[in-house]
Design a protein around this ligand. Structure first.
Ligand code: ADP
Ligand code: MG
Length: 682
């Protein structure tokens, strides 16, 4: 009788108007939609021994009713039923809320199976369900779906049973045998049965494993296909840099590059040489030495006759880069210019003129670089620093100023490898995962706000020794809603405390960008000893003499951000300190503080952050760009993601994949995703 999977769900028996509406709101219209709606968890009904069950854990136990149930009516149709039960050696209480009707069903001496939350201290199970006697029809594992409205789990399962029985055999296998065999994956029909009606834990696991791999493979196929087509049709430029000159640049530095710096230099150099366009993300923890890598690569481009550009998110950063660059590159005869919003009109005209004639080799700047009248003669390499500060659009404009220039994005936000292959899947990623030798580790302490006086003493000691300090607050002004320290108040307090002794500055996001830069400059030139700031200070500023940082209400920040903030100190020869003032209420908040005290490696912290917050939150909503996965979980399934990536790379480069019948269904999912029509992710 059954025809195809696109039948509306109402074809299933029992799906009436109400159920159809509930299903509709779960985005289930067809039988196929239903089959691909997976449970979000499985309830484990295996019997457990209470002695081994931790407090507050869900548990299912079997036992004998030992008392006549008592019911307490709480008004408003609420009730509390209590009964004694002997489960194994444990005489416990079982409590049910709002199920007073159970009173007539539970009799002393009868065997029951109860599921609920185990309150170990009070020896009570807060019951959610009960089965009577040997009425043991329930499976050990039951899927739980996020059903809407009045639709019950039981009904939903009933629909699912029909759908699988009538239409299940029409679901096509997308994975070719070679992959099923290679990873011992369950075929699709079996896996669907195992997800929706598992007989045991292993079936659930095996089914899930299969769908996770399939989902990640399809995702990676999409990305790798995009990459491949991009490499094929985007003719870039070959930058034939002068290796000898590049070597002598490295020799002119006062230090040797770290192993990680050398590795990424090699990766980038390879990209420069080949004729397709480089699209690479350079990740390196704060202080890992990305600037010198950028300078070297821009210099390389110049030795090949190209111009280079470096865009930074703030004027002060652009200036800092310009300073380092001229120290390194001017002796080598490179012409450089700095172009920002405060460049005077006359100077600006001159710079634009010399850029268009090719007289300027390297230009550094802010958004000022992407104005329409900024024209290059032969732009070959574009680098953006702290890439997350720029929008996609700004990055695109800059790279369109050349003819397919190579592009390098730098970021100090360590992104866990798991996420970077996903989020930046069609970018190549280089990682500097090593700090220059001899860095002193920043000492981090977690104190309560009430201990601020201790902190103040330590702060003053640093100032007396000639050092500078940052004091970070979450808010700008007093807000009646939040009981949180704000920058303006703290600024006033510290100004009073340090009156006539030290100069205190204030910086926050509501200042005009010129004023922000002015304050920052005062601080970096040492005219201010203390800078009270909101998190606007987090981006790459380098004031090596600043050795002390206090972060108020530190529990309000995520780990990645705390790490960025902390990276403002520890940049010079002196021992640095970071004090977290926090009274976190949640366990997660406490764990974050402990992680900050214990870990200094940004990548490890990022992994921890991901673990605590989950991938959805990681990038913040705005720039997440992360695909939503149905079964896969980027934290737990990162190995599968890597495997899928390798398989996808191999598949798309294999002609058979594009022609052979056994890949037809995999190709179909690619076609449906629109990738093959030249859709672009950028
Ligand atoms: P970031 O990656 O955060 O931008 P920077 O490029 O500002 O880091 O480098 C931080 C500091 O480390 C700078 O003072 C820089 O001169 C120094 N540095 C970079 N590479 C090395 C190295 N290989 N050995 C020693 N110091 C280095
Ligand atoms: Mg930097």
């Amino acid at each position: 009788m059954a025809s195809d999977l696109t039948q509306p769900v109402t074809e299933l028996s029992g799906v009436g108007k109400a159920a159809a509406e509930n299903l509709e709101s779960m985005k289930i219209h067809t039988v196929e939609d239903l089959i691909w709606t997976f449970p979000y968890r499985h309830e484990d009904f295996r019997l457990k021994d209470l002695a081994e069950t931790p407090h507050n854990e869900r548990v299912t136990v079997e036992g004998r009713v030992e008392s006549v149930p008592t019911v307490l009516f709480l008004g408003n149709k609420k009730s509390r039923l209590q009964v004694q039960m002997l489960a194994g050696r444990h005489l416990i209480k079982v409590v049910f809320f709002n199920q007073a009707y159970l009173k007539n069903k539970l009799e002393p001496g009868m065997m029951i199976t109860v599921t609920g939350k185990w309150d170990r201290g009070r020896q009570v199970i807060n019951g959610t369900s009960v089965n009577f006697g040997d009425q043991n029809e329930r499976a050990d594992f039951e899927p739980v779906y996020s059903v809407k409205g009045k639709l019950s789990q039981k009904k939903f399962r009933h629909f699912m049973r029909q759908a699988l029985d009538l239409y299940g055999d029409q679901i096509a296998e997308t994975l070719p045998n070679e992959l099923l065999e290679k990873y011992k994956l369950v075929p699709v029909t079996e896996a669907l049965e195992g997800i929706h009606f598992p007989k045991n834990l292993d079936e659930t696991k095996q089914s899930r494993r299969r769908f996770v791999y399939e989902e990640l493979l399809q995702f990676q196929l999409k990305i790798q296909t995009l990459r491949k087509s991009r490499k094929e049709d985007e003719q870039g430029t070959s930058i034939h840099y002068d290796l000898e000159k590049l070597k002598s640049f490295f020799e002119s530095l006062p230090y040797e590059l770290t192993g990680a710096q050398k590795r990424v230099v090699n990766e980038i150099c390879k990209d420069l040489l080949v004729p397709h366009r480089m699209n690479r993300l350079l990740q390196g923890d704060v202080g890992s030495g990305k600037t010198v890598v950028a300078a070297a690569m821009l210099y390389a481009a110049v030795t090949a006759g190209f111009q280079g550009a470096l865009m930074a998110p703030t004027e002060i950063l652009a200036e800092q880069h310009a300073d380092s660059f001229s120290e390194w590159l001017e002796p080598l005869g490179i012409n450089m210019a700095l172009l920002t919003g405060s460049t005077k009109a006359k100077a600006r005209r001159e710079i634009l003129e010399r850029l268009s004639t090719g007289e300027i080799d390297i230009v550094m700047g802010t958004h000022a670089l992407i104005q329409p009248d900024v024209i290059f003669k032969r732009l070959g390499l574009v680098i953006t620093d702290e890439q997350h500060r720029f929008g996609v659009e700004q990055r695109r404009i800059l790279k369109e100023k050349g003819e397919n220039p190579d592009v390098l994005f730098m970021t100090a936000t360590p992104i866990p490898r798991t996420l970077s292959i996903t989020a930046f899947g069609e970018m190549d990623v280089s990682i500097i995962d090593e700090l220059p030798a001899g860095r002193k580790e920043i000492e981090t302490h977690w104190l309560k706000h009430e201990q601020f006086n201790q902190v103040l003493q330590k702060l003053e000691a640093e100032l007396r020794a000639g050092r500078q300090a940052y004091v970070i607050c979450p808010l700008i002004e007093e807000s009646d809603k939040l009981d949180v320290q704000n920058a303006v108040d703290v600024f006033q307090q510290l100004s009073t405390v340090f009156h006539n002794k030290y100069n205190v500055g204030l910086m926050h996001g509501r200042l005009h960008s010129n004023d922000k830069d002015a304050v920052m400059r005062e601080f970096s030139e040492g005219n201010l000893q203390v800078l009270v700031s909101t998190t606007v200070v987090e981006v790459g500023v380098n004031v090596p003499n600043a050795t002390f940082m206090v972060i108020y209400d530190a529990e309000r920040f995520g780990l990645a951000q705390l790490h960025q903030l902390r990276g403002r100190v520890g940049r010079g020869e002196h021992q640095s300190y970071c004090i977290l003032l926090a009274d976190p209420k949640s366990d997660e908040g406490k764990e974050r503080m402990i992680s900050m005290v214990e870990m200094t490696d940004g990548f490890r912290l990022a992994e921890k952050d991901l673990e605590l917050r989950g991938p959805g939150d990681f990038f913040g909503r705005k720039q997440s760009g992360l695909p939503e996965f149905k079964v896969a979980d980027l934290v737990h399934d990162y190995r599968a993601l890597e495997t899928a990536r390798q398989d996808a790379v191999q598949l798309v480069s294999d002609d058979e994949f594009w022609t052979h019948e056994r890949y037809a269904n995999l190709r179909k999912t690619l076609e449906q995703s629109g990738v093959l029509d030249g859709e672009r992710i950028d």
